[in-house]
Write a protein of this length. Structure first.
Length: 181
């Protein structure tokens, strides 16, 4: 018998002083049986960092040909492709060919560093690729905020992120490993 996804109800209030974006998003998020709380919270963080009224969570882990988050134009073109983890060179190449901009949020500590050392030389040809790294300690702290019903307040200023839920706070400072050209 297949395991079912767990449904999370999230009210995500984003105050992004860097982009002058202030909005609350009510999200219903399906957490895949193999997805950890850490990955779920990284997905919500990535959503907040790229928040837009056209931004959407996708099926994520349950499908291979979609990113975790995407943004399409009103005419259907794929403007933004957001993926989590450590994608292969092939996946990077395919996603950079499909979308106007691709953002990868690498996390996991040493394995992420090894992945980047191995792949960074081949990413120079992708002008539309941005790669961000999230520290292992910070994503672990984020995982501690996970709850089936969440009201998250995310404040972004000068590239630093404060995520608060109830009386708990986690701080995240994404490190830019590669920026778009």
């Amino acid at each position: 018998m297949a395991l079912k996804s767990t449904i999370y109800k999230v009210e995500l209030s984003v105050s992004d002083m860097d982009r002058h974006y202030y909005e609350t998003h009510k999200l219903t998020v399906a957490k895949h049986p193999s997805e950890t709380d850490e990955r779920l919270m990284v997905r919500l963080l990535a959503f907040a960092l790229n928040a837009d009224e056209q931004l959407e969570l996708t099926k994520g882990l349950s499908t291979d040909d979609e990113p975790d988050i995407w943004q399409k134009s009103l005419s259907g073109e794929l403007e933004l492709w957001v993926a989590l983890g450590l994608p292969s060179d092939k996946v990077l190449r395919q996603s950079c060919g499909k979308a106007g901009k691709v953002v990868i949020y690498a996390y996991g500590g040493r394995p992420a560093e090894v992945w980047w050392d191995k792949i960074k030389g081949s990413t120079t040809r992708f002008d539309n690729l941005q790669v961000m790294n999230l520290s292992e300690d910070e994503t672990r702290d984020l995982a501690g905020l996970a709850n089936r019903s969440m009201k998250l307040q995310i404040n972004i200023q000068d590239g630093e992120v404060m995520v608060s839920a109830d009386d708990r706070i986690a701080y995240v400072t994404p490190v830019k490993w590669k920026d778009v050209a």
